[in-house]
Design a binder for this molecule. Structure first.
Ligand SMILES: [Ca+2]
Ligand SMILES: [Ca+2]
Ligand SMILES: [Ca+2]
Ligand SMILES: [Ca+2]
Length: 299
């Protein structure tokens, strides 16, 4: 028999015998043991059922009871994130604070003091292994902080671009490059922003959508990934939220050329490749190029 979660179990007379009878009438039936606990695990116990009739005659039958520990077992989940660490222990083992036997999803919690860390957690850029797969900050996208100035809206006296398109509500909420000749999205496309982002004024006001390309370090004519992004008046190239570094879902730790393109302007490409590590936005400053966008590596 199996102990319950409290480490207890019991048997009844009918567990041993379906019944007893006597022609002269039964006097009494006793069972030598009915309750079992952790101390009975491992060593079989003989239980006797002794029936006595009204004349004092007795008859006996016996059963061998083997007690096994409770299943499911207890597991240590000290941070209560539903993932345990270590191996299971039974109710009769030294389960103490932090042990649970219900509601668990699985084991392998590599930090049982941090409920944000467990198998299946989202790996984020924080210098630790959030999902317990022995890799730190894997799956990080390539991130970049590019700066670029467009000649058309550039006001040299202010060293800023004007944001007339935004003021006139001419910036679409969805990027305009999908479907345009000479702009082929790879991985990107369909990016959208919000009216709230386009309501920002000042040096961080949005000037327009631009088109970013990461290109093969061994063959810069080969585009590996694209993203539509926004450019602010001071030249910062930002995500569709208007502030964040631009992310590409492409392998980190590799070298790429970066090209910045616009539907009404010449594009530019980085003069050399940059290595893009996980979780770090690589700076790419194109503002020192001639403002018409030409460079030795014009694309
Ligand atoms: Ca845990
Ligand atoms: Ca944890
Ligand atoms: Ca990881
Ligand atoms: Ca991480």
């Amino acid at each position: 028999m199996t102990l319950n979660a409290s480490g207890a179990a019991s048997i009844t007379m009918t567990t041993i015998s379906s019944g007893a009878f006597d022609n002269c009438g039964l006097g009494s039936i006793i069972m030598t043991q009915s309750n079992f606990t952790c101390i009975h695990i491992g060593t079989p116990t003989v239980v006797l059922l002794i029936a006595t009739d009204q004349n004092g005659n007795t008859a006996t039958c016996s059963a061998m009871v083997t007690v096994v520990d409770h299943d499911p077992m207890w597991y240590l989940d000290a941070d209560n994130d539903n993932y345990y660490t270590g191996s299971a222990v039974g109710p009769c083992s030294s389960s103490g604070p932090g042990y649970r036997n219900t509601g668990l999803v699985g084991g392998g919690d590599c930090d049982d003091d941090d409920p944000a860390v467990h198998p299946g957690a989202t790996e984020i850029c924080n210098g630790i292994d959030d999902d317990c797969n022995n890799q730190v900050d894997e799956n990080s996208p390539v991130m970049m902080h590019a700066k670029v100035l467009l000649q058309g809206p550039y006001i040299s006296a202010q060293q800023l671009m004007h944001d007339s398109l935004r003021v006139k509500n001419l910036i679409p909420l969805t990027e305009p490059y999908t479907g345009l000749t000479n702009f082929t999205h790879i991985g990107g496309g369909g990016e959208t922003t919000t009216t709230g982002v386009l309501a920002v004024t000042g040096v961080n006001a949005i000037v327009d959508w631009i088109f970013l390309e990461l290109r093969n370090s061994a063959n810069p004519t080969q585009v590996l990934a694209t993203r539509s992004a926004l450019v602010q008046r001071d030249g910062d190239v930002v995500e569709v939220d208007g502030v964040s570094s631009v992310s590409f879902p492409i392998a980190t730790g590799q070298d790429y050329f970066l090209a910045v393109r616009h539907r009404n302007h010449f594009g530019v490409q980085s003069g050399g490749t940059d290595t893009y590590p996980p979780c770090i936005a690589v700076e790419s400053d194109f503002r020192s190029l001639p403002v018409d966008g030409f460079s030795s590596s014009t694309v």
